[in-house]
Structure formats: structure tokens, C-alpha cells
Write a protein that binds this ligand. Structure first.
Ligand SMILES: Cc1cc2nc3c(=O)[nH]c(=O)nc-3n(C[C@H](O)[C@H](O)[C@H](O)COP(=O)(O)OP(=O)(O)OC[C@H]3O[C@@H](n4cnc5c(N)ncnc54)[C@H](O)[C@@H]3O)c2cc1C
Length: 309
């Protein structure tokens, strides 16, 4: 049996529940690897008795919690038959997501584990206890204070992995920076992308135009809902932000009534859409019937020329 423990942290330090997770893992026997997201508390994790190895996984995505980015970074590092996390909100979330990416079952909120292999957990708000048969591989979240903590005195080796090169994370960071730089609701110029952008990485083309114009980057709800990399803070429309810039550029956006609700008071609207019948042209002052792949490079070139003269 080999077990991977996902450490828990709080206020930039290892949370004591991590030693309880190691205690639970020790009761099953075998080797124990502790993965420390963001590298937080990795040297303290190495001091817990019974830990075989610590992996300090670092990267930009660990600056704030994001289930998809964290589990994408952590899952490839998981070794062995069993993944243990705490049953905190983050721990439960990670257990599910890591289990999904590994294609293994998940059992949440476990209060006891037997070697043989079964687990118990409270159900119906604690009114009953369920016994669950477990076959490995499996991910399990453990309720805090249900397992005895492992003591100190360990001396595990610590290795570091940097996942910043992950393309999804890089795209997400770039987009977060773009939307942080100027909020769409404050910007004088907004360029927004819709589902017609094809994939979230293509939003980098909108950022390039935004860089030239000093604009904010927005998105339609379809883009936000379809791609986890596009944050809700970028959404323009009825259930997003209302914007009133001097110039609103809509790229690959059909112009549904709920999107128009958030941007139709813009002073000038430029729409780029390959479908001449798209409703966005009904509110646009200027329309370019073309794919963005053709239109954006030309727009960029002309804007650069215009602004450099
Ligand atoms: C209660 C409720 C609230 C909502 N709130 C919002 C909201 O706040 N904001 C919002 O945006 N939506 C909102 N919606 C969703 C809205 O109804 C639409 O589904 C959404 O706006 C569509 O987004 P889209 O235009 O990006 O996608 P689509 O409707 O799929 O349109 C994509 C467009 O891209 C074009 N296209 C495709 N490929 C290219 C290409 N290569 N080059 C150029 N153009 C291309 C297509 O011709 C098409 O017009 C809400 C819906 C409901 C029911």
C-alpha cells in the first residue's frame, strides 16, 4: 500500500490536520508521500513521523485557490493506491477533482478507516453512520479530529516541482492579469470575446489589441460558462457587469439580448462576427463581417500605425 496525502494549510503554514492525515495513512501501513500545494509547510511536513517523501508543488496557480488549476497541477504527482485529503471545503473539492482526473472513486467525510478495507462516515447530518467498502485506487477526504495525529521526528526528503509552465495556468494567469489591469466596468475601451473565439487561449489575441488601446478585456457568458479559464469577473451582460465605455468591441459574440443588456449604452460599438445576420450588428455602429482570425491582425496593424503617428 502506498498513500498520497494532500496537505492542508492555513495562514501560510501547515495545518495540524495534516499530521492527522499522516496518522490515518500510517495505520494502513506502507509508504506515505505528502504533497504540499504551493510548497506551504513542506519542511514541517517532512518532520512528521512516518512520512516517506514530501513533494513541494509550486507555481503561480497556488496564489489563490482554484480547484481545476490545483488538481491539474497535483494529480500527475499522485503516487500509489490511495489519496487522502482533509474534509475541509478545499480538501473535499480537491479529493473530488483529483479522483475525477484519475478516474477513481471518491469517499468524502470519512471518520474511520480499517485496513481491510472499509470506511465509516456520518450521513443525514450525523443521524446515521454509513459503512462503505473501499477498493483502491480511491480518493478519500477525512474529517478533522477523527484520527490520531502522527508525532514529530520524521526526516523525509523534500523535492520541489514547479508547474508554472502549464499552458492552462499560464493562459489563466494572463487573463486574470488582463482583467485585473482595468476592470471592464471602469474602462474607457472594452474588447470582449464570445464563444466564437473558439478556445480560451485565443483570448490572447484580444489582449494584444487591448494592450495597444489600453483597454479592458471582457467576455460573453457563453465564453465564461464554456471555459473555466475565463473568470466571471470578465462577464458583460445581464448577469455580469454593465459597461458604458466610449468604445466597445464585440468579437465572436452573437448579441443575445442578455449580452446587449450590459453593453448597449456604450458610445460606439464595433462588432466582428462571421455571420452577417448576427443580432450584434443590430446595435453596432461599425460592423466587420469576417472571422476574427482575419479581422484582428488587420485591426492590430492599423491601430498600431494610427497610435504611433
Ligand atoms: C438568465 C440569463 C442571463 C444571461 N446573462 C448573460 C450575460 O450576462 N452575458 C452574456 O453574454 N450572456 C448572458 N446570457 C446568455 C445569452 O443568452 C447567450 O447565450 C450568450 O450571450 C451567447 O454568447 P456568445 O455570443 O459568446 O455565444 P454564441 O451565441 O454561441 O455566439 C457565438 C458567435 O460567434 C460567431 N463566430 C463563430 N466563429 C467565429 C469566428 N471565427 N470569427 C468571428 N465570429 C465567429 C458566431 O457567428 C456567433 O454569432 C444569459 C442567458 C440567460 C438565460
Amino acid at each position: 500500500m502506498s498513500v498520497t496525502v494532500i496537505s492542508e494549510s492555513s495562514n501560510g503554514a501547515l495545518h495540524p490536520v495534516t499530521a492527522q492525515l499522516v496518522g490515518a495513512a500510517s495505520s494502513l501501513g506502507g509508504s506515505i508521500t505528502v504533497i504540499c500545494p504551493g510548497g506551504v509547510g513542506s519542511s514541517d511536513a517532512a518532520n512528521i513521523a512516518g512520512v516517506t517523501k514530501v513533494i513541494s508543488v509550486e507555481g503561480d496557480c497556488f496564489e489563490s485557490y482554484d480547484c481545476v488549476a490545483w488538481s491539474k497541477a497535483i494529480s500527475p504527482l499522485v503516487e500509489g493506491d490511495l489519496v487522502l485529503s482533509s474534509s475541509s471545503a478545499v480538501g473535499r473539492d480537491l479529493a473530488s477533482s483529483i479522483a475525477a482526473s484519475m478516474g477513481v472513486p471518491v469517499v468524502q467525510d470519512v471518520t474511520s478507516l480499517t485496513e481491510g478495507f472499509s470506511a465509516t462516515r456520518p450521513i443525514f447530518s450525523g443521524k446515521a453512520i454509513e459503512e462503505v467498502g473501499i477498493s483502491s485506487p480511491c480518493a478519500i477526504s477525512l474529517r478533522a479530529n477523527s484520527f490520531e495525529s502522527a508525532g514529530d521526528g520524521g526526516n523525509a526528503e523534500v523535492s520541489s516541482v514547479n508547474v508554472s509552465q502549464d499552458i492552462t495556468v499560464a493562459v489563466k494567469q494572463a487573463l486574470a492579469k488582463a482583467s485585473e489591469r482595468i476592470d471592464v466596468s471602469e474602462a474607457d475601451i472594452v474588447i470582449s470575446g464570445g464563444r466564437g473565439m473558439g478556445e480560451p487561449a485565443n483570448f490572447s489575441h484580444l489582449e494584444e489589441v487591448a494592450d495597444i488601446l489600453g483597454a479592458a478585456v471582457g467576455a460573453s457568458r457563453a465564453a465564461v460558462d464554456t471555459w473555466g479559464e475565463i473568470p466571471h469577473s470578465m462577464q458583460v451582460g445581464q448577469t455580469g457587469k454593465t459597461v458604458t465605455p466610449n468604445l466597445y468591441i464585440a468579437v465572436g459574440i452573437s448579441g443575445a439580448i442578455q449580452h446587449l443588456a450590459g453593453m448597449r449604452s456604450s458610445k460606439f460599438i464595433l462588432a466582428i462576427n462571421k455571420d452577417a445576420d448576427a443580432p450584434i450588428f443590430g446595435v453596432a455602429d461599425y460592423g466587420i463581417v469576417s472571422t476574427w482570425e482575419e479581422a484582428l491582425p488587420v485591426l492590430k496593424e492599423h491601430l498600431s500605425d494610427l497610435l504611433s503617428n
